[in-house]
Ligand binder design. Structure first.
Ligand SMILES: Nc1nc2c(ncn2[C@H]2C[C@H](O)[C@@H](COP(=O)(O)OP(=O)(O)OP(=O)(O)O)O2)c(=O)[nH]1
Ligand SMILES: Nc1ncnc2c1ncn2[C@@H]1O[C@H](COP(=O)(O)OP(=O)(O)O)[C@@H](O)[C@H]1O
Length: 228
């Protein structure tokens, strides 16, 4: 018998730990981690029509318009008929949420509520390996060799828009656009909000919530059919 597919979204301001927590969820529960940023980077690398268009916005530090995002992502999600997934970075706006709504029924939305001071500290210390998108934080998960990606050994970079001046504007913008999305998911009864300053302290709560909804990845347990 095929297990029911599970579809979840994770929301939160820049630096709130969406990527970090998504990876843990993917590992523990076997959901496929989808990231809007990764989809965009793939499309940019492949020079698709949407990728070329998206690049012109990202380069200017702007959000990609809703119609480009939905045209890019919804067909990919529609194709995922055999996989449970967790989407990170989409939807970001009410228009995106409504478009997603018309494509699929979400089971759960995780919203991360992290204080500004914490975000500022984390992001000013964030280093990225541009080619892979691997993310390091000098305090939390530093690279083995300072300034170098663990796998490729290539140099790490910092984003200008992770610095405090740009972050204030990004955060304000996030709050404005996310509020109606959060309200929508609250009204549907699928929103779960987690507050705190440390991913390691938030994670056990998310883990136990998901354990009530999906079987954890059974390495040895053959009673449960793992999620595809
Ligand atoms: N010090 C500290 N750093 C953390 C913690 N959790 C995650 N980080 C680090 C890893 C990264 O360098 C940075 C941001 O984490 P993520 O890239 O997972 O965040 P998110 O995906 O929400 O950011 P984005 O939307 O891509 O800007 O903070 C934590 O509990 N403490
Ligand atoms: N849902 C979305 N709607 C509009 N633009 C998006 C969306 N997701 C990602 N983007 C664009 O792609 C860029 C990279 O996204 P991401 O990798 O999530 O990193 P970050 O949010 O830290 O910049 C964003 O800065 C934004 O321009």
């Amino acid at each position: 018998m095929m297990a029911k597919l599970f579809r979840a979204v994770i929301m939160g301001p820049p630096g709130s730990g969406k990527g970090t927590i998504s990876e843990r969820i993917a590992q523990s529960f076997g959901l496929k981690h989808l990231s809007s940023g990764d989809f965009l980077r793939e499309n940019i690398a492949a020079n698709t029509e949407a990728g070329v268009l998206a690049k012109t916005y990202i380069e200017r530090g702007l959000m990609v318009p809703d119609h480009v995002m939905t045209r890019l992502l919804l067909p990919r999600l529609e194709e995922m008929t055999r996989h449970s997934w967790l989407m990170d970075g989409f939807p970001c706006t009410l228009a995106q949420a409504k478009a997603l709504n018309s494509t699929c029924d979400l089971d759960l939305v995780i919203s991360l509520n992290i204080p500004y001071e914490t975000l500022k500290d984390r992001l000013s210390d964030r280093w990225i390996h541009p080619a892979s998108g691997r993310v390091y934080n000098m305090g939390f998960n530093p690279p083995h060799v300072q300034g170098r990606d663990d796998l490729s050994g290539e140099p790490l970079i910092q984003h200008d828009n992770d610095q405090p001046e740009a972050l204030v504007a990004r955060l304000r913008h996030y709050k404005d656009v996310a509020k109606p999305v959060i309200d929508l998911y609250k009204s549907k009864g699928i929103l779960h909000m987690f507050s705190g300053t440390e991913t390691d302290r938030i994670w056990p709560y998310i883990n136990s919530l998901l354990s009530t909804k999906i079987p954890s990845r059974p390495e040895t347990d053959t009673q449960h059919i793992p999620l595809p």
